[in-house]
Ligand binder design. Sequence first.
Ligand SMILES: *Cc1c(COP(=O)(O)O)cnc(C)c1O
Length: 362
Amino acid sequence: MRPIDRAWVHAAVQALTADANRSADTHLLRLPLPVPAESGASAPQVTVYLKDESTHPTGSLKHRLARSLFLYGICNGLIGPGTTIVEASSGSTAISEAHVAAMLGLPFVAVMARTTSPEKVALIEREGGRAHLVDDPGEVYDVARRLAAECDGHYLDQFTNAARATDWRGNNNIAESIFTQLALEPHPVPEWIVVGAGTGGTSATIGRYLRYRGYDTALAVVDPEGSAFLPAFAGEEAPSARGSRIEGIGRPRVEPSFEPGVVDRMLGIPDAASVAAMRFLAARFGRRSGPSTGTNLYGALYLACELVAAGRSGSIVSLVCDGTERYDASVNDDAWLAAQGLDPAPYADIVERAWATGVWGG
Ligand SMILES: *Cc1c(COP(=O)(O)O)cnc(C)c1O
C-alpha cells in the first residue's frame, strides 16, 4: 500500500481543478446544410454542428480524458507524489496525459505502436513524457502494465477506465456542454449525436447522459476499416481485426470502455471517405482537422441526407477531435495515401453532392 499524502492529494486535485477553471468551453460550430433553391420553404432543414475539441490546451478531446483519469487515480489513492505514470496510447491520449503529468510533477511513459506518427511522439516528448515504442500494437497493454509494475508506478489504462473516470451524469462533461450550447438553436434536441470510438469513453458518456436526461436523441458510432467494434456490435465474429489507419478510433479489440448498450446504430466508414470528408471540412469551412473528424463528418452527412430523404428537419451533432498538424506523415501525405491504396476522390464527390443537395449517393 502507498501511504496517503493528503497534502499532496489536495494540491494535485486543486491543480487539476484550476486547469479546468482556466479553460473556456469548446466551440459548437454550426454548418447549416444549404437548402436547394428549387425545394421551397417547406424543405427539410438540417444543421450539422461540430463541437471543436481541437481547441483544448493539448489539442484534442483527450484533454478531458487525461484530467478525468488523473483525478480518478488520485482520488482512488493510486497516484501520489513521485508516482511514475504509464499509459498505453495511440498518441493523442499520451500527449494530454504527459501535459497533466508535468503539471503535477510526475514522470510519464507512453507505450505506443511503432507506427504512431513521429509528430505525436515529438509532442509527447515536448510535454516532458517519454515514448516506449513496441512493434506489435496488440502488445501495448501488457507492456504498459508490466512497466508500471516494475517501477511501482500507475498504469492509467484509458481503455478500461475512460468510461469509469468520466462523470457521465453531467459536471460539464461533453454531453452536458453540447446540450447547453444547443439551447437557443431551432432544434435544441438533436436527432443524432455522431462520434467515433477509440476507448469508447466519449460514446459511453454521451449515451448514458442521453438516457439519464431522457432525451430522444439517438447515438451513432462511426467506425473505420479494421476495427473490432462494428463486427462485435453486429454480432459477427471478427477473429483478426487488424486495427485502424484512422488514428484515435477503431481498435483491434473491443475495449472495456466501449458500451454497446447505449449505442443506437453503428456506421462503417471507408478510410478514404474519412480523408475526403476531412479535406472537405478544411476546404469548405477552413477547419483543418485530423482524419477521425472526417469519419465523424462523413457519418453525420450520411444521416443528414437520411433526414432530408424522410422530409424531416433537425440537428445533428458531431465532433472535431483534433487538428490536422499531427498527420503530416500520414493522411496529409499523398505518397502515404497511395501506399495505403487510399483514393479519396470518389468519396469527395459523394460528400460534395450530399452537402450541396442533401442527397446521398455517388
Ligand atoms: C480518442 C480519440 C477519438 C475517440 O474518442 P474515445 O472517447 O476514446 O472513444 C477520436 N479521435 C481522436 C483523434 C482521438 O484521439
